[in-house]
Design a protein. Structure first.
Length: 290
């Protein structure tokens, strides 16, 4: 075996030198490890910030900007009244709620000559359909005689029941379009929407079908179709739904909306079966005499 060349160092010196080189190598490796770990952690941090930024962007972009509400719905609902002499049913005309504004409750203290009925309804709600189809003829007769007022609040709590097509919101928006442009046709459109109510779990009616129903019910204003397809009052539907679900319902003792239909007569909630016409007539009569 050929011995290593003699460089003049002793065996001890060579051993110490080897140890020093090993120490330097270990420290260099440790520094490299710390640097890599920092870069990895920094990369993860940047990634988290990027994801957070994307989430914020998605959330912000998904919130529709505040927009004005429809005309003739200053309270969040349309108020209908009748004339006993002419049997004509009209809507109380009001200015639109301004963008970002708050609806103003109807002052029922000024409506002392009538029984005042308020409904919160969803056009996808089957129980609303039962109540409406059971009682709509009687309510219309009362209106024509000037015996009652009817304030209808279309809201949207059942969007999840239409396969992502948001039928509750779209139909409520369509009703608001009618309230805005041709309020005298609202009652007929309301009845038509329930007569043609789609089943839960389907896509719901298309916008074109809603336009067709609106026209057939007598709402022929030329601006209504684009109002429906453009979803002009979608943000107002959303804000009114949120308000009803989280705030006291005006002209009542109800803390917040918990279901549809919610029917209020002179401040008191009707709790009878939606298909019991006799019970509803009796309830209204009791409020008229109280």
């Amino acid at each position: 075996m050929t011995p290593p060349p003699d460089n003049g160092q002793s065996k001890r010196d060579r051993r110490e030198e080897a140890r020093e080189k090993a120490r330097i190598a270990r420290e260099a490796a440790a520094r490299k490890h710390r640097r890599n770990r920092f870069l990895i952690q920094g990369g993860i941090g940047v990634g988290i910030l990027a994801v957070a930024a994307v989430v914020v962007l998605v959330i912000v972009s998904s919130i529709a900007p505040a927009a004005p509400g429809p005309k003739n719905m200053a309270s969040g609902g349309i108020l209908l009244q009748g004339n006993a002499t002419t049997s004509k049913i009209t809507a109380v005309k009001t200015a639109a709620v301004k963008a970002g504004g708050t609806p103003k409750a109807t002052d029922q203290k000024k409506l002392t000559k009538t029984v005042n009925i308020t409904t919160y309804i969803d056009y996808q709600c089957p129980y609303c359909n039962q109540f409406e189809t059971t009682n709509e003829a009687q309510i219309k007769t009362w209106l024509e005689k000037g015996a009652v007022t009817l304030e209808v609040h279309p809201i949207a709590i059942l969007d999840r029941s239409s396969n992502g097509k948001k039928y509750s919101t779209r139909s409520a928006n369509a009703a608001m379009c009618v309230a805005n442009y041709q309020p005298t046709a609202f009652l007929a459109v309301n009845a038509s929407f329930y007569k043609n109510q789609p089943a839960e779990g389907t896509d719901g009616l298309t916008d074109q079908k809603l336009i067709s129903l609106v026209k057939a019910a007598g709402a022929t204003n030329s601006k209504i179709p684009s109002c429906i397809t453009d979803k002009k009052f979608e943000s107002f539907v959303s804000s009114e739904t949120s308000r009803a679900l989280s705030s006291k319902l005006p002209n009542s003792t109800i803390g917040k909306l918990s279901s549809t239909p919610t029917v209020i007569v002179n401040g008191k909630q009707f709790t009878g079966a939606p298909t019991d016409a006799t019970a509803f007539q009796s309830f209204v009569a009791s409020q008229a005499s109280s």
